[in-house]
Unconditional design. Structure first.
Length: 298
């Protein structure tokens, strides 16, 4: 059964997002600037409870209140199709996540496709994770949305495979794109672009990120072994062409015996977490990260 998208969330997306027209001749730089400008004034619900500092790894989001006990950092990898967004476009969501989880969040930057296709992004992400883990001497939680969720999961898999000393204690994954696949039920139901992200645009983004002839290891995760991963929070946007990727991942984690929690946000389109200042569905999705981490600590 096809869900009904929340019209108010679509209105916020129209106000604070930019969606290139199919066949657009705009340059990559023009598109990136429009994405950034669209969200430059967007703030979180708890903007007065956070400080943000630019760093060599990206941006450091520090809430006024930090949970007592062993130090644990959230390293957050922003989405945007491996191509378009940044830590300005995602600042409102990351800031509210930090405040609600009572944890510092380090937002990571990485090289973009098509200038730097796979594996440039995952290489840099893993380097930064290991460097931060060594310098901060703490457990790491990896989070991300959309393409950032792909990179977060891929990094956890690669660090596991390489027996990295970096300890990843949990994953926070929001409406990720995990497989280069376009014939799923959710693509057929929600991929026409009326809810924002379209199947055609997702196809183009994969082509930018994973050109023909490039080894898909740690990019297209459809054939990856999911055993021995840390606990995972999976958040699905119901009215999103990528919704079935989240459902697929939950099934893979169940088969692998990985502890996970699955949350579906009804009526939500792709990218909905950015509007937490205005909409409770967005706010509750970010609150779920803090609730999940608190549950693991009990």
């Amino acid at each position: 059964m096809q869900g009904k998208v929340d019209k108010l969330l679509l209105d916020y997306a129209a106000q604070f997002s930019y969606f290139p027209a199919p066949g657009s001749t705009e340059s990559v730089d023009e598109v990136r600037k429009k994405y950034t400008d669209a969200r430059r004034g967007l703030v979180g619900r708890h903007d007065d409870q956070i400080s943000i500092v630019d760093t060599d790894f990206g941006r450091r989001f520090t809430p006024k209140t930090i949970k007592a006990g062993p130090r644990k950092l959230i390293l957050y990898i922003h989405g945007g199709g491996w191509r378009n967004c940044n830590l300005i476009t995602h600042a409102s969501a990351i800031a509210d996540m930090a405040v609600l989880a009572e944890r510092e969040v380090f937002g990571l930057t990485y090289p973009f496709a098509p200038e730097d296709p796979h594996p440039a992004a995952i290489n840099m992400v893993c380097e930064k994770i290991e460097k931060i883990a060594a310098e901060e001497q703490c457990e790491i939680v990896l989070g991300g949305d959309s393409a950032g969720a792909n990179l977060a999961l891929a990094a956890a898999l690669r660090l596991r495979d390489e027996n990295s000393p970096a300890v990843v204690s949990a994953l926070l994954l929001y409406y990720g794109c995990y497989r280069r696949l376009y014939d799923t039920r959710s693509h057929k139901a929600y991929g026409d672009g009326s809810n924002g992200l379209s199947t055609d645009w997702m196809h183009a983004l994969w082509d930018f990120y994973l050109p023909d002839g490039v080894d898909p290891k740690y990019a297209d995760l459809g054939d990856e072994d999911m055993t021995d991963l840390p606990p995972v929070l999976i958040c699905e946007a119901e009215c999103d062409c990528l919704a079935d990727d989240s459902r697929w991942l939950a099934g893979k984690l169940m088969e692998a015996g990985v502890r996970h929690y699955y949350a579906t946000f009804e009526g939500a389109p792709h990218g909905f977490i950015h509007y937490s200042k205005y909409h409770d569905t967005s706010y509750n999705a970010l609150k779920a990260a803090g609730d999940f981490l608190a549950m693991l600590e009990r």
